[in-house]
Design a protein around this ligand. Structure first.
Ligand code: NAD
Ligand code: 89V
Length: 340
């Protein structure tokens, strides 16, 4: 029997979630829910799903579901999670976890109290080039990391995504993209103990920051520079590739454009290509992000089936969100912020 799920939120990114769920043979999405009935109906038609709801409460009360996938924006997460945790409904929740650290903590506590599985859908660490890089670090035995640079610099991602709501956010790029990059810094370098960030507004269409540069100090004494911009003019523009350099005690590893990874060790270099796998529904420039959605779904389902705590569980993702809000504080106060 298939594992039965439902999707909440039928907007821009949810199409990728649905296409990706269809790649998992042991899962069936049996219903969708959106406050906007037109969007819910459109999704049903597009993905051949027969049941739709405009109320989360109604959907949970009426259906026998094994999990719910929430693909709505952050300010809706607390209210939706109050309902889902009340019904002990295993949940995978899109990033950013929540609009405040306090609300994210409230969500973690609700799921803890009701012993309900919760995973944040943090997909960047599931991109094929990034998964490959992690494996190569081990395979080539590069030793303890000392320095990393994690960079996402492109020209106007909103132009690609039609996520127009991003224009009006007081806090934009750190919450939208920084959250992924800080997660990668933790994934490769371990926990951070402080952050110093400088923000820029390089595009007046946006209220919030459109570029930021952060220095993270990690507890193991290594350092990361994390930066992003939506005003970096390059030809060709390689949205939405993340570039990563990691220097370790015994060598270095570099993820470059077009998913090329170079390892430097013992006066030699090795080049490996880590292109994402293509699917019928994946399209440039989104292919590596779309493929990572499948990998993230698989991690959620395997954690659920095997009663394991997922890597990006609520408590884990609080640490990335903590860096996000500490970054905003750092930019405002113009000083390094120690992470509690
Ligand atoms: P969107 O605004 O296009 O879609 C959100 C949908 O949720 C809307 O249709 C809205 O009506 C619906 N909704 C809101 N509250 C609801 C509720 N209580 N019940 C039912 N439906 C509700 O947003 P989007 O661009 O699809 O983004 C959704 C999330 O995905 C955001 O948090 C965004 O950051 C994230 N995202 C992630 C990636 C990634 O690579 N990880 C990429 C793009 C977007
Ligand atoms: O992750 C996101 O929400 C997207 C993008 C991939 C552009 O960062 O906005």
């Amino acid at each position: 029997m298939k594992i039965k799920g439902a999707i909440i939120g039928c907007g821009f990114f949810a199409s990728n979630h649905l296409n990706a769920w269809k790649e998992l043979k042991n899962v069936e999405i049996i219903a969708v829910c959106d406050l906007n009935v037109k969007k819910a109906k459109l999704f049903c038609n597009k993905f051949n799903i027969s049941i739709y709801y405009t109320s989360v409460n109604e959907m949970i009360k009426n259906l026998d579901l094994d999990f719910v996938d929430v693909v709505t924006t952050m300010e809706t997460h607390l209210d939706i999670c109050k309902i889902l945790s009340f019904y002990k409904m295993p949940t995978v929740l899109q990033k950013p976890f929540s609009d405040t650290l306090n609300n994210a903590k409230k969500i973690v506590n609700l799921y803890k109290k009701t012993r309900t599985p919760l995973m944040i859908h943090e997909n960047f660490r599931w991109q094929t080039p990034i998964v490959t890089m992690k494996k190569l670090l081990k395979k080539y035995n590069l030793g303890s990391p000392m320095y990393s640079k994690i960079s996402f610099r492109h020209c106007n991602p909103v132009g690609y995504t039609s996520q127009k709501y991003l224009y009006n956010l007081k806090e934009y790029l750190i919450l939208d993209v920084g959250i992924h990059l800080y997660d990668l810094a933790r994934f490769f370098m371990g926990e951070a103990k402080s952050v110093y960030t400088v923000n820029q507004n390089t595009n007046k269409k946006f209220i919030g920051e459109t570029a930021f540069t952060s220095i993270l100090k990690h507890t193991n004494k290594s350092i990361s520079i994390v930066d992003a911009s939506i005003s970096s003019i390059k030809y060709p523009d390689c949205f939405a590739q993340t570039l990563i350099t990691i220097e370790c005690k015994k060598g270095s590893i570099i993820l470059d454009y077009d998913y090329n990874i170079t390892i430097h060790k013992n006066n030699r270099k090795y080049i490996i290509n880590a292109k994402p796998k293509k699917y019928k529904w994946t399209t440039k420039p989104w292919e590596q992000i779309q493929e990572s959605v499948i990998n993230t779904h698989k991690h959620f389902i395997s954690s659920l089936i095997n009663h394991k705590i997922p890597d990006t569980n609520g408590e884990d993702n609080l640490k990335s969100l903590n860096i996000v809000f500490a970054s905003y504080k750092s930019n405002t106060l113009n000083k390094e912020i120690k992470l509690k």
